[in-house]
Write a protein that binds this ligand. Structure first.
Ligand code: HEC
Length: 160
């Protein structure tokens, strides 16, 4: 017998599972590996879409890794956001708000970044695009960046 109620239950069940996967991926600090393991279709699609938005709207200023182009490299930004926020969700919320109207008082990156590169211009993208690209930035975290960043920071301080 066809019961719409059943379909609903199945849908709710599936959504529950992906929600749990999402939560567990987020609650592990620095858990890049588990995020990949949790890699549902949505995450993969978001990744590809994030790359496209990055290449179209961010890459001209943000290189992936040092040397920087006209802004802190993506991996450096990801590192700062991992240090400042416990969850991907919170980080994404902050990054989206920052990109809509960049404010030096709200910047997570070092003060030197703004002194060196100036303030980032506001991004005129849809909320969905901003969320996707912010999550993508967060996902680019690379633990080996810590050391690279320390060196870069020391070099910047010497310049001043
Ligand atoms: C015209 C150059 C330019 C473009 C294009 C650009 N940015 Fe930036 N961005 C900057 C500069 C400069 C900074 C460092 C100063 C600052 O924090 O405003 C920065 C900083 C940031 C930060 C760190 C903010 C913080 O909390 O400290 C994030 C996140 C960021 N950019 C994301 C993006 C994303 C995502 C895109 C593409 C949608 C993008 N940027 C496009 C120049 C740019």
């Amino acid at each position: 017998m066809h019961t719409p109620g059943n379909n609903l239950r199945v849908a709710a069940h599936t959504a529950g599972i992906s929600f749990m996967l999402f939560l567990s991926a987020c609650s592990l600090p620095g858990g890049g590996k588990s995020e990949v393991a949790a890699g549902s279709k949505d995450v993969v699609a978001g990744g590809a879409e994030g790359t496209i938005i990055y290449e179209r709207h961010c890459m001209m200023c943000h290189s992936m890794a040092p040397p920087p182009a006209a802004a802190p490299p993506v991996k450096g930004v990801a590192l700062h956001y991992r240090e400042a926020f416990d969850s991907r969700e919170e980080a994404v919320r902050h990054m989206v708000a920052f990109m809509k109207s960049p404010d030096p008082d709200e910047a997570v990156c070092d003060r030197e970044a703004i002194e060196r590169f100036g303030l980032m211009p506001a991004m005129k993208l849809s909320d969905d695009e901003l969320k996707t690209v912010s999550a993508w930035f967060w996902d680019q975290y690379d633990p080996s960046m810590r050391q690279m960043h320390r060196k870069e920071r020391a070099r910047m301080q010497q310049e001043h």
